[in-house]
Write a protein that binds this ligand. Structure first.
Ligand code: PHE
Length: 420
């Protein structure tokens, strides 16, 4: 380890912690307003023994955050467990790297940054609980997260209402930052990402007949599907079938068969990696060997689980580890030294979001929500790993996208596509 992280941090990542239990209580009708310190303590003391993965015997219940005037607290809510676990873990790794670096260089405004991360298990409702706890109990000055747009759409209204800035590293659905002036992002948005996939299919692959297969339960997936369809038609292509599935579905044969009947030359699949791997395997089993094209939701080391079934398939993303810009090369070296693997796009975006937040803190008159949000929104030409970041009037970043080709589960750089 290059840096020692506070042990409390790891304890909070335990999915069986008080947060989870509190989430359950909430579901039984406890109003958010009733989240008091005494409830928190009670919940921790009475937590049941975890069934699947027992906690280390010596691990005590998470302690209440102590007030420390020499620290600035920031929060992160993330899917550290669940079917998109690599999203949350990679992002948290990127953020931790940025925090450790900044602290080693003296911190922000003379104070050390303390990161508090809560696992939302990939659930929108748990995101509300996590963000509420970060703000009300831990008193963070800013919140980072989430990756998935549906979870950011759950957490953002809490930040907006309580006047605490939230920076999402990677949620690309346009509605996320429309929640209000407290909410911003360091990534591009899906109308652009849909265009990128469409342009690549039309102009790089010369395809004219496409179909989509999207998750109707995810704001990201349904929105990006529409954005793709619109752009593909504008570029002269035809969309012969638009099929949908829902969270937790694992049989896609009906949708795939319908797509096959229409003679699609490729399928656009704006889903998350676990679904994409399943869909790819089933499509090949049905004898469909057309290219599959997707968006950033494919970005995970678990794409390897597809073996060679995704060879000849492509997805758009925020960064390529083959990029030779100095920011990228340096980041990869540091990340590899710390975590022993090549960072994915989520790690790069987490790193960028945290560093951009520190930069805004440096420039802000104070760390009040109002001043900090204003400084974030005023960001121009910030040199990120994922590109140069400037906030537009809606607090979105405008950046290039890359198209990556999947080769035995590993993404290889294929093309860069610039904003229109
Ligand atoms: N853009 C996706 C969403 O909004 C999340 C994502 C970003 C996933 C980057 C992987 C990589 O839901």
């Amino acid at each position: 380890m290059l840096w020692a992280f506070p042990p409390e941090h790891l304890k909070r990542n335990d999915p069986m912690n008080a947060l989870t239990l509190r989430g359950r209580l909430l579901k039984f009708g406890l109003a958010l307003a009733a989240l008091t310190t005494s409830l928190a303590c009670e919940a921790k003391e009475s937590r049941p023994a975890p069934k699947a993965a027992p906690a280390p015997a010596a691990a005590p219940a998470p302690a209440m955050e102590e007030e420390n005037a020499d620290e600035i607290k920031i929060g992160h809510y993330a899917s550290l467990t669940g079917s998109e676990a690599t999203f949350g873990v990679s992002t948290d790794n990127g953020i931790k790297l940025a925090v450790a670096e900044r602290n080693a260089a003296g911190g922000v405004k003379g104070k050390k940054i303390k990161l508090i991360t809560y696992d939302n298990q990939g659930k929108p409702q748990e995101s509300v609980v996590a963000v509420t706890r970060l703000i009300d109990q831990d008193k963070v000055v800013a919140v980072l997260g989430e990756v998935a747009s549906s979870r950011s759409l759950a957490g953002a209204p809490v930040c907006q209402r309580k006047g605490v800035p939230m920076v999402t590293p990677s949620s690309t659905n346009p509605d996320v930052t429309s929640v209000g002036n407290m909410i911003s992002r360091v990534c591009f948005i899906d109308p652009f990402q849909g265009y990128v996939g469409a342009k690549f299919a039309r102009e790089n692959l010369n395809l004219s007949k496409g179909a989509t297969l999207y998750n109707r339960a995810q704001a990201y997936s349904s929105g990006l599907s529409n954005n793709f369809v619109e752009s593909f038609k504008k570029l002269g292509g035809t969309v012969v079938s638009e099929q949908a599935y829902s969270d937790g579905d694992n049989d896609f044969s009906a949708q795939l068969t319908a797509i096959r009947a229409k003679g699609a030359e490729f399928i656009y699949i704006p889903g998350y990696y676990t679904e994409v791997v399943n869909i790819a395997k089933q499509a090949r089993r049905l004898g469909m060997n057309v290219p599959l094209i997707g968006g950033d939701g494919w970005d995970s080391e678990e794409l390897r689980n597809a073996g060679d079934t995704l060879n000849g398939c492509y997805f758009s993303n925020h960064y390529s580890h083959e990029d030779t810009r100095p920011e990228v090369v340096e980041f990869i070296a540091k990340y590899q030294k710390e975590y022993g693997k090549v960072p994915d796009g989520l790690a790069a975006l987490g790193y960028d979001a945290a560093r951009l937040l520190f930069d805004a803190m440096d420039r802000a008159d104070s760390l009040s929500g109002k001043d900090l949000a204003a400084a974030i929104a005023a960001t121009k030409n910030f040199p990120g790993v994922t590109g140069t970041i400037s906030m537009d009037s809606k607090r979105n970043a405008t950046k290039d996208a890359v198209m990556l080709e999947v080769v035995n589960g590993v993404p290889k750089y294929k093309a860069t596509i610039k904003p229109e």
